[in-house]
Write a protein that binds this ligand. Structure first.
Ligand code: B1M
Length: 223
């Protein structure tokens, strides 16, 4: 198979949720020397975008979204260790979770992989994470950054609820807050009082590094 045929196959088989074929094509791609990033950004993610577009048009329903998501997740299991080749030293600790009421995790998991690849220690609280769970985990792990992911317009308000919970617990000044997820914008992040926002996984890594450097520079000048 040519590289183009593998990419087209990954796109088409993800679209119809054919997990075994997606897994097989991922293996073939790797065996033929393709970069994991090429399969991810040129086939798997565009396919899920098309799934979302079809769902919006009423051509796809929840079961189709679910099986497409599972097919993508299967490929990610194989690609994950290759994408996240972590350095020996940790840049900092990143606590991550999808907000309460929201079960989407593919985008969050991808951000986690990229963060790990860049050298962050990532603690993932999973999906449907309630404000009090974030608060307890911040107390326990003392992360440098906490990340809230939301993928539905109806769950985005949980960012504010989480930030309010951090303020109430006296933790807001101790941790950098980053937000992201498909419907989130910089304007929304600013409005809820987050420190940082990123539209995709690679920007999330860059933004996390910038925010951490700024925080450490400020701590250095004030001490
Ligand atoms: Co859902 N879903 N879904 N879904 N789903 C979306 C998000 C939707 C946009 C589809 C659509 O209408 N076009 C729509 C939301 C509309 C809206 O609110 N504006 C939607 C809907 C409506 C729903 C349900 C309500 C459907 C229903 O039941 N009627 C339901 C909600 C369930 C719930 O959460 N309570 C639902 C359910 C599901 C499934 C369970 C079937 C499945 C999820 C499987 C899973 O995640 N394990 C699913 C899927 C697969 C999708 C789509 C098709 C794909 C999402 C995805 O994985 N994208 C999605 C359509 C779409 O997004 N185009 C859709 C690929 C992923 C790599 O991209 O998620 O954007 P993304 O992540 C990016 C960035 O957002 C960013 O980096 C990531 C990587 O580059 N990012 C961050 C993410 N987190 C970040 C955090 C950061 C920084 C950056 O800092 C902390």
């Amino acid at each position: 198979m040519t590289e183009q045929e593998i990419l087209q196959g990954l796109y088409d088989r993800t679209l119809v949720g054919d997990a075994p074929a997606v897994l097989d094509l991922t293996g073939r791609g790797l065996a033929s020397g393709m970069a994991p990033e090429t399969m991810l950004f040129d086939a798997l993610i565009p396919s899920l975008e098309e799934v979302g577009a079809r769902f919006e048009r009423g051509d796809f329903f929840v079961p189709e979204m679910l099986i497409a998501g599972r097919a993508m997740a299967g490929a990610m299991e194989v690609l994950r260790p290759l994408l996240a080749q972590t350095g020996a030293t940790s840049l900092g600790t990143f606590l991550m979770g999808t907000v309460k009421g929201d079960v989407h995790d593919i985008g969050k998991n991808l951000v986690n992989i990229m963060l790990e690849g860049a050298g962050f220690q990532v603690i993932d609280l999973g999906v449907q994470v309630a404000p009090e769970k974030f608060v307890a985990a911040i107390r326990e792990h003392r992360p440098d950054i906490v990340g809230f992911s939301a993928f539905l317009t109806t769950t985005m308000p949980m960012f504010k609820a989480n930030i309010n919970a951090l303020e109430k617990a006296g933790l807001r000044d101790q941790v950098i807050v980053m937000v992201g997820g498909a419907p989130v914008t910089q304007e929304y992040a600013d409005a809820v009082g987050a420190d940082g926002y990123a539209a995709d996984a690679s920007t999330a890594v860059r933004r996390a590094k910038e925010l951490l450097a700024e925080r450490r520079a400020m701590a250095g000048t004030s001490s």
